[in-house]
Ligand binder design. Structure first.
Ligand code: SF4
Ligand code: FES
Length: 209
C-alpha cells in the first residue's frame, strides 16, 4: 500500500495506510489537519503548529503517521525507554528506538492474533474474532532498566516475535509486567502463556514469514 506524503510550509506528514489500525486519535484530536470523509486531499499540515503535529504523531500507536521538518532535521528523539504494550483483544503496540524486521520506526502495532494479512503489522483482523486479555498480574519484582539502546523486533518464521534490546512489557493500560533484554512474544494467538510464546505455534501449524 502506498504512503501519502503531504508537505506543509514547515512540516511534512507521512501517512502509511497499511499500518493504520483506525484508532482515530488523529481525526478526533486534529480534525482540521486530518479531515475524515472528504473526497480528495484530506491531510493539511498547515492547519496546526509543528508541536501540535508531533503530538498527534506521538499518539498514533501504529506509526502510520510520521511528522518531519521540511528542512530534514529530526522532530522526535526516542527516550531510550522502549516499551511493548499488550492491547486488550488486539495487537502489541511497540514504541521507542525500534526496528521491526530491519525497518526503523518509533512506533508500530504488531499482530498477536495470527490473522493479519499484513504481518508482522496489525491490520485490524483481530476485531471481533480475537479474545485475549491485555491485563496481567503485577510481577513479584521488576528488573532495573538496562542501558538505553535500540530494540530489535524480529518475526521468526512460523513462530513468535523475538524482541532483543532493553525494553519493558506492559499491560495495555501501562502497568509494567516484565523488564529485560530478550523476549519471545506469541503472534499465533494460541499460546497458553500469553503474551509469551509457549511453543503452541508448532502444534497448530502456524505459518507466517
Ligand atoms: S493508527 Fe494513527 S493514523 Fe490510524 S487512525 Fe489511529 S492515529 Fe490515525
Ligand atoms: S507464537 Fe504463539 S505459541 Fe509461539
Amino acid at each position: 500500500m502506498s504512503i501519502e506524503v503531504v508537505d506543509g510550509t514547515t512540516h511534512r506528514i507521512r501517512f502509511d495506510a497499511g499500518k493504520c489500525i483506525h484508532a482515530r486519535n488523529c481525526v478526533l484530536s486534529k480534525p482540521n489537519v486530518f479531515k475524515a470523509n472528504v473526497v480528495g486531499a484530506w491531510i493539511d499540515p498547515d492547519a496546526a503548529t509543528g508541536e501540535e503535529l508531533v503530538a498527534v504523531a506521538e499518539r498514533c500507536p501504529s506509526g502510520a503517521i510520521v511528522v518531519e521538518r521540511i528542512d530534514g532535521t529530526n522532530v522526535e528523539t526516542p527516550s531510550g525507554r522502549n516499551a511493548v504494550a499488550v492491547l486488550e483483544n488486539g495487537p502489541y503496540a511497540v514504541r521507542g528506538q525500534v526496528t521491526v524486521a530491519g525497518a526503523a520506526t518509533l512506533r508500530a502495532t504488531l499482530c498477536r492474533c495470527g490473522q493479519s494479512k499484513n504481518k508482522p503489522y496489525c491490520d485490524s483482523s483481530h476485531v471481533g474474532v480475537f479474545t485475549a486479555t491485555g491485563e496481567f498480574p503485577a510481577p513479584a519484582e521488576l528488573a532495573a532498566w538496562e542501558a538505553p539502546g535500540a530494540l530489535e523486533v524480529t518475526p521468526l518464521p512460523n513462530g513468535p516475535l523475538k524482541v532483543a534490546g532493553a525494553h519493558e512489557i506492559t499491560c495495555g493500560t501501562g502497568r509494567a509486567v516484565k523488564r529485560g533484554t530478550t523476549a519471545f512474544l506469541c503472534r499465533c494467538g494460541a499460546s497458553a502463556t500469553k503474551p509469551f510464546c509457549d511453543g503452541t505455534h508448532r502444534s497448530i501449524g502456524f505459518v507466517a514469514e
